[in-house]
Design a protein around this ligand. Structure first.
Ligand code: F0G
Length: 458
């Protein structure tokens, strides 16, 4: 008999989670003003809000924490992290930050000025926020195929090189501080970017004299997809592939809370010593001294170890196969999602599920609330709440896709949890025709409103 797939780790520590009643959840979500971010985590049974900082650290990471060196400057932990970053990414210079958006803040403070343009493949919301906050523009050059959730192509996160070249032709190089390549492409569904695409971007960047930045939150998952889907990479290790990906970049920003499997941490990688020096001042102002930058020594130790574990093939295979498993369950029930299954999450196509809810009433948010009410599962809206208002016109932006992201934390839930999630979604799906009303906003902030927005039933 062929042996079934099994996880490449066993469990040493567990954390209790609690179920609740539907009437409790109705009360709690109302008190939270229908914003899932506002819920106490104790009111959630399975938390799929994010895969960021929610992973389970290993015995080796906890051991590394005990050995953290808390010296203010030049700590051993800093050098351990430096070695790990050098080995896995090839970047010779780096600055530690407390998380990914802090890395963006430091780097962008040094390189972006008002009126600049940064083309990319679906900039993540904090990346876009940091760009727009500086009165610069994020131009999305993602391939159009990414918008068709039914289409199965291997590298749906790619940048359209034609769209990119149009931007590079339209603006002078001085106005383009960097091309932002996000791997995997979170917003498009955790979809990977091929090595061929990264090479093509790098070629164009060289031709027009602009730099390339890789937003690397999920670089290891991206490398897994390159290894398993792209010709010529089958025999290469995840670390070899990672090194090649980063060889095409001038900068990397890293939210270590994802693929480095730590609860907090980030960094910026630089190829050029001068770029690194230019950013040091901002790092000291916003984050901390250049050898700790918002992380404690123990955090840096756990991160150094996490980078090694996060780039082990067996671990990545376990992880990606779990997302695939959830996708297969949804296939069984006919529930539409962004195909193929992504690296860190399943993105349910909310427009296709709740076709009677008008777009002005936040379709994906409505589906998220329904799933919570059904079974205490918390996902997150990737739709028009997140898309926010246009910074110039202040009009609501309605993206082509309304998605409910179910992000799976690393090494946390079992496949029984996946079965539970799929069954809860099926129950919502079965009563979809009866869901005709969504929600309207009662309170919002001027930027990144989705975190704190308040809503009421329409
Ligand atoms: N870039 C990408 C692609 C991200 O997904 C995130 C965070 C960041 C940058 C910012 O990093 O959170 O460490 O400051 N994404 C989380 C998510 C929040 O849920 O997808 P951070």
């Amino acid at each position: 008999m062929k042996l079934p797939f099994a996880e490449s780790y066993k469990i040493k520590t567990v954390e209790t989670i609690k179920k609740s009643s539907r009437s409790d959840r109705e009360k709690w979500i109302k008190e939270a003003n229908y914003n899932l971010f506002n819920l106490k985590s104790d009111y959630v049974f399975i938390d799929l809000l994010t895969d960021s900082g929610t992973g389970a650290m290993s015995d080796k990471q906890w051991a590394a924490i005990m050995e953290g060196d808390e010296s203010y400057a030049g700590a051993r932990s800093y050098y351990a992290l430096k070695d790990s970053i050098k080995e896995i990414t090839g970047f010779p210079y780096f600055l530690p930050t407390h998380q990914g958006r802090a890395a963006e803040n430091v780097l962008f403070s040094a390189i972006i000025k008002e009126g600049d343009v940064l083309p990319g493949n679906s900039h993540f919301d904090t990346t876009k926020g940091h760009i727009e906050f500086r009165k610069a523009h994020a131009v999305d050059c993602t391939i159009d195929e990414a918008k068709n959730t039914e289409l199965e192509i291997p590298f749906k996160g790619n940048m359209d090189l034609g769209k990119l070249e149009d931007v590079l032709k339209k603006y002078p190089a001085e106005k383009i501080p960097a091309i932002v390549v996000t791997v995997t492409n979170n917003t498009a569904g955790g979809q990977p970017v091929s090595m061929e695409n990264i090479k093509g971007i790098s070629k164009l960047a060289k031709k027009y004299g602009v730099k390339v930045m890789i937003d690397s939150a999920r670089f290891a998952e991206n490398a897994y997809f390159i290894k398993t889907r792209e010709k010529g990479y089958e025999k290469k290790s995840i670390r070899e592939i990672s090194n090649e990906m980063f060889s095409y970049a001038d900068y990397m920003t890293m939210s270590s809370k994802k693929d480095a499997i730590v609860n907090i941490g980030g960094f910026i990688g630089f190829k050029d010593k001068e770029d690194w020096q230019k950013c040091q001042m901002y790092n000291i102002m916003f984050e901390g001294y250049i050898t700790y930058g918002g992380m404690s020594g123990r955090d840096m130790n756990a991160l150094a170890q996490g980078l090694y574990e996060g780039t082990e093939f067996e671990y990545l295979e376990t992880r990606i196969k779990q997302i695939e498993y959830l996708g297969m369950k949804l296939d069984e029930y006919g529930i539409p999602y962004q195909r193929p299954a992504g690296g860190h999450a399943i993105f349910v196509d909310a427009k296709k599920v709740l076709s009677h809810v008008p777009k002005e009433q936040f379709i994906a948010q409505t589906l998220g609330i329904e799933l919570y009410l059904e079974a205490g599962i918390r996902g997150v809206e990737i739709g028009s709440l997140l898309a926010d208002r246009d910074p110039d016109t202040r009009e609501n932006r309605y993206p082509d896709l309304e998605l409910l992201r179910l992000a799976i934390p690393r090494r946390v839930y079992t496949n029984n949890h996946m079965d539970y999630i799929a069954a809860a979604l099926k129950n919502v799906y079965d009563r979809r025709e009866s869901i005709t009303k969504g929600y309207v906003i009662t309170k919002e902030l001027p930027i990144m409103r989705h975190f704190t927005v308040e809503l009421k039933p329409a």
